[in-house]
Design a protein around this ligand. Structure first.
Ligand code: BES
Ligand code: MN
Ligand code: MN
Length: 456
């Protein structure tokens, strides 16, 4: 591509400034306190899409936060790329663990530190800047449609209906998403799978009111003690999940598929020291890489009840709660797994307490093809920008809408992510490497070029 590196070099300061401006908007979709900011982020994206040269740019309202749409149709005979990303971010709590405020981005040691730097503002914004380059230098070789949403971090509830209602408008040949990670800049990879999700909240009720833990303790079930026991029983001594039927639909990989996976570089010592853990933990019979990609899991995300204030209060609480997520793999189904969980959890509850299970959002797992034109174009683009063939690798995270791109729009997705697992997404001190940002902007135009060439 002509002038790609000089264009990036000439405009890199502005590319950074624009991203920093976006990162200053605290568009936390989960917390209504930030509602105005989420809308402001949508306006910001709309303006930048217009500036970059997109047509028919609009803010599409939904029952929740809006979807920003824009397109450039240069020739209906050419293939069309649908770009998906999200402008909403996770809550920044706990604030006290940040070295600098989450919505006052800081560039330090080659990284941008801010909530959303990697997930997904930095990665999504690369697509707008790559488009700007292609548009301004007359090197756009595909039609492009942008669909940037504001509710990914809360389950994309309104995007499914938007896809249903806009099938024609969103017609394309491929969806491209940069919202995942690669192994490293030296070992680039393309994500070829995402896990699904079942998420439930459980409430365990013991006595009808909080009790004096001396007067009643020992004679009445303590719902926190009981809930802990119930949760502990969900894994056996080999860390298999004990819910009957949980593994019934799990896709079993062949030995050759597993040995291909084992080729991916993995440094256990580094993994442990990065997390400051003495040992790893997981399902017996599977490697770390397998445990976080092709195997389903069950984790408590939060648990509360009783007295957690200053000092000691002697109380036998009436209620205990937990939020539990299950990551799913092909061919598990979110609704089915949620139902199995509910049935099992109710069945193991002793008569001394009452149990209520409330399902939250879910999503289906996906596996993307590696023999498609789109995958080959992405691979070739990465070779061009990184000088190395990318490794296909399934990820443990979830982007529930990707399954709907296929079931509703009939479209496959390429998950070309440029983050790193060490970017601390959803965590304090989230970061995104400047090099990742600029390399992403460099890679994307090649994807369009090769995708057009290979589709012809
Ligand atoms: N971008 C992430 C998903 C992700 C991260 C995939 C890293 C692969 C590697 C996305 O924003 C996310 O956080 N998804 C949520 C699910 C959603 C329903 C809240 C997740 O995976 O927990
Ligand atoms: Mn994301
Ligand atoms: Mn996220």
């Amino acid at each position: 591509m002509e002038n790609l590196n000089t264009y990036i070099e000439e405009h890199k300061e502005r590319f950074l400034e624009e991203l920093l401006a976006l990162l200053k908007i605290p568009s936390v979709s989960a917390d209504p306190k930030f509602s105005d900011d989420v809308f402001e982020a949508a306006e910001f994206i709309k303006q930048k899409m217009l500036d970059a040269g997109a047509d028919n740019v609009e803010i599409c309202s939904t029952a929740g936060y809006p979807i920003v749409y824009g397109e450039k149709i240069i020739d209906t005979a050419l293939p069309t790329v649908l770009v998906y990303g999200h402008y909403d971010v996770q809550p920044a709590d706990p604030y006290e663990l940040w070295h600098s405020p989450p919505f006052e981005p800081v560039v330090k040691d080659g990284n941008i530190y801010a909530r959303g730097a990697c997930d997904d503002k930095g990665q999504m914004y690369m697509h707008l800047k790559a488009f700007e380059f292609m548009q301004k230098t007359n090197q756009l070789y595909c039609n492009v449609k942008f669909m940037i949403e504001g509710e990914e971090e809360v389950g994309s509830d309104n995007l499914g209906p938007f896809l249903e209602a806009n099938k024609e408008k969103l017609a394309a040949n491929i969806v491209i998403v940069s919202d995942t990670s690669m192994i490293s800049l030296e070992t680039p990879s393309i994500t070829t799978g995402l896990r699904g999700l079942s998420y439930v909240e459980v409430e365990v009720t013991g006595p009808n009111r909080d009790l004096h833990s001396g007067v009643y303790g020992g004679a009445v079930a303590n719902p926190i003690n009981i809930l802990n026991k119930m949760i502990a029983s969900l894994h056996d001594e080999n860390n298999h999940i004990t819910i009957p039927g949980f593994y019934d639909d799990v896709e079993v990989l062949s030995d050759s598929e597993r040995s291909a996976m084992a080729e991916a570089p993995f440094d256990l010592a580094n993994y442990k020291s990065d997390l400051d853990i003495e040992d790893i933990h997981g399902e017996q019979g599977f490697s770390t890489n397998e445990r976080t990609s092709i195997r389903p899991t069950l984790d408590v995300n939060g648990m509360w009840g009783g007295y957690i204030g200053e000092g000691a209060k002697t109380v036998l609480p009436s209620k205990a709660y937990a939020k539990i997520s299950m990551r799913l793999v092909p061919n598990q189904q979110s609704e089915k797994i949620t139902a199995l969980f509910q049935k099992h959890f109710e069945s193991i509850s002793p008569a001394s307490v009452k149990v209520k299970v409330t399902p939250h959002h879910g999503g289906e797992p996906v596996v993307t093809p590696v023999d498609s034109i789109a995958y080959k174009a992405a691979s070739k683009a990465i070779v061009q920008a990184f000088g190395k063939e990318p490794i296909p690798q399934r990820s443990g995270g979830s982007i529930p809408i990707v399954a709907l791109f296929e079931s509703v729009l009939g479209l496959k997705t390429v998950l070309m992510g440029f983050g790193l697992d060490s970017d601390a997404i959803h965590s304090p001190n989230e970061k995104y490497g400047l090099e990742n940002y600029y390399k992403g902007i460099e890679t994307i135009p090649y994807f369009y070029k090769y995708f057009a060439e290979m589709s012809a």
